[in-house]
Design a binder for this molecule. Structure first.
Ligand code: AMP
Length: 542
């Protein structure tokens, strides 16, 4: 027997429509590329998204067509989120930090028909426009006054496109499983692969993200996603903020400590989200200037492991609760968040910190398990570590155009490529990427755990650990350090600092210093590049 409930499709347009109706006066504040801070409301955003939808219609864009953006976090990008997906076209957010040849590859692979670009990226596009095979029009996201002289073909001015439309459109209805947006994720090997979200997956992910134990986003919040809208939909905040009527603060291209701080302060931001590198810059700025964070109550840290020292600084020195989150592009991206459980409230801070340094516990909707190399499930004892497998309604079931082949096993489990433990309380801890784990004498050593401990040393700005070939043990860990400015710290001091915090056989065999550690376009350490760089490295123990 079927239930007698309405089967209304879960559509992205309903998020902005709802925000306009019930939180119409709530502000969206953006740092614009042109310079000034721009302010308007959800009611304005909905109207202008509809104007954009009409404009796309006039360009011949409809259901299933791919429309790309090369844009920062800002109000026009938000309008693309709703204007494009709202009519059943597919919003393809391109990461502008990718190499130009990767951008060409993914725009051609996605068969993008229209490309929206910020002024910032016009020179980049001029260099590659001739190679973009499917792009029929390039829309520059600015007004007539700021339109640049450009060699780009078929250029349109964003504000002129909108001005020609009256915004009288009613958002159309269609199947909730329709593709809504596309985000390429750059593996360390092979070409980037496209993750194709649906309206249903996006709305369900947003509902989860607003719940108290996840991000707890609500109409009481002023939220500033530092995490870019071109990377996993700013962890869904571009959708979840309208869903709950939170004030949205979009930082544009200003990611440095001073620029972020200014918005946190003037816009009374209560919740923010970003990768550890961004928070490092903010904390340095706060320490240099002696400024405080009076409005912020919590911050989400994810994308890479949040070091315990960073969590403690936020919580103790600035009274900001850290929500450590883990996920991936393939998961929309939220998988786990690290809010403490009720029974942990009375624990010593050091015990709480140990839990908060883990990557968090599953969000309802995400099933997780860990397995050995043969696919056997491993115990949830917080000790055994294995391949982290996930499944759920906002997790991919295959990459765009079938790239990479079958990605689910018989039970529909998706292999995250992360290696992790699960503890009896349900908290997951990443111990490595499966390709980065160090295999020493048949046992695994977690490179991430060593890095986390090393960055706790006051003279260490950044740390990376890779496995280096060893004649007896196959691989042994090499610790690569970027010193803090002005520091002369040497290897033995760092190893001394690590003693007692890990098993002795996990101790790195050597420490080496570099000026810079290479990062991917999404801010992750490029272990592959490091492994190449240190390919012939001779360990003192070898
Ligand atoms: P991406 O799809 O680019 O967002 O990358 C996803 C990957 O980032 C995950 O599979 C993890 O390896 C890593 N990651 C994300 N969040 C965390 C975290 N909190 N701690 C450690 N690694 C993380």
């Amino acid at each position: 027997m079927l239930g007698l409930m309405q089967d209304r499709p879960l559509l992205i347009s309903s998020l902005i429509e709802f925000a306009a109706q019930y939180h119409g006066a709530v502000e969206i504040v953006s740092r614009s590329v042109e310079g000034p801070i721009h302010r308007y409301t959800y009611a304005d955003a909905n109207r202008r998204s509809k104007q954009l939808a009409q404009a796309l219609g006039s360009l011949g864009i409809g259901l299933g067509d791919r429309v790309a953006t090369l844009a920062w976090n800002g109000y026009r990008h938000l309008e693309c989120y709703y204007g494009v997906s709202g009519i059943g076209a597919v919003l393809h957010t391109i990461n502008p930090r990718l190499f130009p040849e990767q951008i060409v590859y993914i725009a051609n692979h996605a068969e993008d028909r229209v490309l929206f670009t910020e002024l910032t990226f016009v020179p980049l596009l001029e260099g590659i426009a001739g190679q973009l095979e499917s792009v029929e029009a390039i829309v520059i996201m600015t007004d007539r006054e700021h339109m640049p002289e450009t060699s780009l073909p078929n250029v349109q001015c964003y504000e002129e496109l909108l001005a020609a439309q009256d915004g009288s459109l009613d958002w159309p209805g269609f199947d909730e499983n329709t593709a809504s947006s596309l985000c390429y994720t750059s593996g360390t090997t092979g070409n980037p692969k496209g993750v194709l979200y649906s309206h249903r997956s996006t709305v369900l992910h947003s509902l989860a993200s607003c719940s108290q134990d996840v991000l707890g986003l609500s109409s009481q919040d002023s939220v500033l996603p530092v995490v870019p809208m071109f990377h996993a939909n700013s962890w869904g905040i571009a959708y979840s903020a309208p869903m709950c009527g939170a004030k949205l603060v979009l930082p544009g291209m200003g990611m440095d400590g001073a620029s972020i701080y200014e918005l946190l302060e003037t816009e009374k931001v209560t919740l923010s989200a970003g990768v550890p590198t961004v928070w490092l810059m903010l904390l340095q700025y706060l320490q240099q200037t002696g400024k405080e964070l009076p409005h912020m109550t919590r911050t989400v840290i994810g994308g890479s492991a949040a070091p315990a020292s960073m969590i403690e600084t936020f919580e103790h020195d600035y009274d900001v609760v850290v929500i450590h989150a883990w996920g991936m592009t393939e998961m929309s991206p939220l998988g786990t968040t690290g809010n403490l459980k009720a029974n942990m409230a009375a624990w010593d801070y050091s015990d709480q910190l140990a839990v908060k340094s883990k990557q968090g516990r599953a969000v309802y909707g995400v099933d997780m398990k860990i397995t050995d190399d043969d696919g056997n499930e491993l115990p949830r004892d917080g000790v055994a570590f294995g391949h982290l497998m996930v499944r759920g309604p906002w997790i991919t079931n295959g990459y765009f155009k079938g790239e990479g082949g079958e990605v689910l096993d018989d039970g529909d489990w998706f292999d995250t490529g992360d290696v992790a433990t699960l503890d009896p309380e349900g908290f997951m801890q990443i111990t490595d990427r499966s390709k980065d784990v160090i295999k020493s004498g048949g046992e695994w050593i977690s490179s991430i755990e060593l890095e986390n401990i090393a960055v706790g040393h006051p003279d260490v700005a950044e740390a990376a650990v890779i496995g280096v070939v060893h004649p007896k043990w196959d691989e042994r860990p090499l610790l690569i350090i970027v010193r803090n400015e002005g520091s002369n710290v040497e290897g033995p001091e760092i190893l001394d600092f690590m003693k007692g915090k890990i098993a002795t056989w996990w101790m790195p065999d050597d420490v080496t210093f570099v000026d810079e550690i290479p990062h991917t376009a999404t801010g992750k350490i490029q272990k592959l590049v490091l492994r190449e760089q240190f390919a012939g490295y001779k360990l003192p123990t070898a």
